[in-house]
Write a protein that binds this ligand. Structure first.
Ligand code: URA
Length: 189
């Protein structure tokens, strides 16, 4: 199955109640066989309206971090979320909603086959790295899981709320750049 075929199937998903409120399903965006994949939390208002992850204010900040290490959704990374439909009032996705949606994400992993997964924020880090993951304590640490390197970092929305963390987040993205070099991953420019 290709990523496009998977997306077509996903567009009809009604596995959880979040489908009732969606304007657009937000499947993911970027290079279809990217070595680096980012996983956020879930679509917000702008993402729901445009059908693309991270297109609002926090998305602009995320794009800046990526750009600073020569990465971009238009060239060499793939970006998706833990849930593909917008939770009402931008609340955290519930565990049972994530349980339903993670099946789609797993299929995305299988097709894209990333070498590095960056969990953007607590929700995806707790679900994909470890249930007790604390961003403030463990951000920037790489761990290997099933042959894939995983790292959790600050969510850009959290940085917009607390700009003190911007430097720490930037340092995390520099670690991503170093890891890409260390592993000899060729990213398209
Ligand atoms: N926050 C997220 O976690 N994902 C998005 O797509 C937008 C905002």
């Amino acid at each position: 199955m290709t990523l496009d075929e998977l997306e077509l199937q996903c567009r009809n998903c009604k596995k959880c109640a979040l489908c009732e409120g969606r304007t657009n399903l937000v499947f993911g965006v970027g290079k279809k066989d990217a070595d680096i994949m980012l996983i956020g939390e879930g679509p917000g208002e702008n993402e729901d309206l445009q059908g693309e992850p991270f297109v609002g204010r926090s998305g602009k900040l995320l794009d800046k971090f990526l750009e600073s290490i020569d990465l971009s959704r238009n060239k060499n990374v793939y970006i998706a979320n833990m849930v593909k439909c917008r939770p009402p009032q931008n609340r955290d996705p519930k565990p049972e909603e994530q349980d339903m949606c993670i099946q789609w994400l797993r299929e995305q992993f299988k097709i894209i086959k990333p070498k590095i997964i960056i969990c953007v924020g607590r929700i995806s880090a707790q679900r994909l790295i470890s249930p007790d993951f604390r961003v403030t304590r463990q951000h920037g640490e790489f761990i290997e899981k099933g042959g894939v390197l995983m790292m959790g970092t600050f969510h850009p929305a959290a940085i917009l709320r607390n700009p003190n963390n911007k430097e720490l987040a930037f340092a995390d993205w520099l670690k991503v750049r170093d890891k890409i070099e260390e592993l000899g991953i060729e990213v398209e420019s």
